[in-house]
Design a protein around this ligand. Sequence first.
Ligand code: FES
Ligand code: FES
Length: 172
Amino acid sequence: MSKPAKEGDSGEPTFELKFRLNGEERTIGTWPARRMLAVLREELGLTGTKRSCEIGRCGACMVLLDGEPVNSCLLSAYQCSGADLVTIEGLQGERAGRVKAAFLQEGGFQCGYCTPGMVISVSSLLEHNRCPSRLETEEALAGNICRCTGYGSIFRAVCRASEGMAEMPPAE
Ligand code: FES
Ligand code: FES
């Protein structure tokens, strides 16, 4: 921990980040202000989280931080100390499984670049609201942009994933 460093610094990491990543306790050396999008993709090889606008507008980089969807391009490493972070690679559980299956069944992707972020956001929505209305779904996905504009199939995927969810036990 000698000199201050920032993202792109070629010197030694100055910050020890301890956090839970996809269910595993992890400790890595990085820089406190390094964006978690870069940490995940470049240091940890988790490339399912996509890089696009890098200013918090598109949702391609969405991850779950302590259960809530956040843009990892706006998240600094120090903000993840002690946190529970889940990327698309670690997204599990029955609801998430239904969401992934529904995206496949409804063709909720074209190029697929926005899909990991969409799946993260939809899974989070359905954890909190098992039967969302169209308006609630639109609001929940307001931060996820699909450049292929295939929104019809995405909304159908949300409907399909939510079918029967009202009978499921509440999320823990
Ligand atoms: S890359 Fe993070 S919101 Fe666009
Ligand atoms: S499927 Fe191409 S950006 Fe959404």
